[in-house]
Design a protein around this ligand. Sequence first.
Ligand code: UT7
Length: 325
Amino acid sequence: MGLKFVNTGASLPEKILTNADLERIVDTTDEWITTRTGIKERRIASAQEATSDFSIRAARKALEGTPVNPEDIQLIIVATTTPDHFFPSVACLVQKALGAKNAAAFDVSAACSGFIYALTCARGLIESGDIKYALVIGADVLTKFADWKDRATCVLFGDGAGALLIEKTDGPGDLLSAFIGADGSQSDILSIPGGGSRHPYNPETWSQHPAFIHMEGKEVFKHAVTRMIEASLTALRQCGKTSDDLKLLIPHQANLRIIDAIAKRLQLPDDKVFKNVHKYGNMSAATTIIALDEAQRGGRLQRGDLVELIAFGAGMTWGACVLRW
Ligand code: UT7
């Protein structure tokens, strides 16, 4: 038995923040951001919007036009590191909003690799259990945790959510392989130091441990390239494929230079590599599933095409999966 992919959905904030807007907020330039990252603009959640709002909209879009009703769903997993609250989980908020009363629901925390982690969890639960339909969502609003005085990080991130509706099927299914990995020894180079149980909110010590993104960009860059290449090759090897067999590679969209370095190493021509980093920046766990949604709705993928998703993020965590769309 295996997994069949029924549909995808995505939801993005309406507000667009351009590089020109950022020039008015921090000491930066469109030229620096474009040449160092490839990002031109990103979507920013409003003060009233949280991760569950985008997750719910993305899930509804994935259900739209399918014969699947919310009550048919037996599993909801949301990959996020920016939940509305510590608890309840975002997955439970999605379950409530959809009326998916027969679904178990929980969140997975693996930062930018979260969607691939969540999909891997879903595969295990579907193949070993009695689940017919599942929703796997990647959602983050990292801009709420950006320090808008730190030009080295605030220009990089955007918000959004994507959802994948999955059906259990007889036979091998369309998820050909999935590989996940982590290296906790590198946990300090990308983190949100404050706001958790190590340094809970305290106005007196807040300046030492703020709930803002901290990143050692150059170090993260090096690990991201190496790990995503390794992950890609491992997931391809696991299912007996090579990068030549891929119709499309969907890499995590943190930096155009990272994407280009990976494509070069995997010897993939430009038209086989999906890129939307210029429009959205790094949307963390939402990135690869929003890209898959855009690729299939925009005609870059047809049913039966082979696609690989690869991601890397804080933890450090990484993952890759090969699927037949
Ligand atoms: O989602 C998880 C994965 N995340 C990533 O993969 C991110 C990986 N890292 C990166 O993408 C890159 O390291 C960055 C885009 C974050 C930074 O690019 P970089 O080429 O590594 O630049 P840098 O941090 O070494 O900074 C170079 C210079 C510095 O100035 P000095 O010290 O050379 O005078 C920075 O202060 O660029 C300066 N700088 C900026 N200048 C204008 C840093 N940020 C900015 C900015 N505008 N926004």
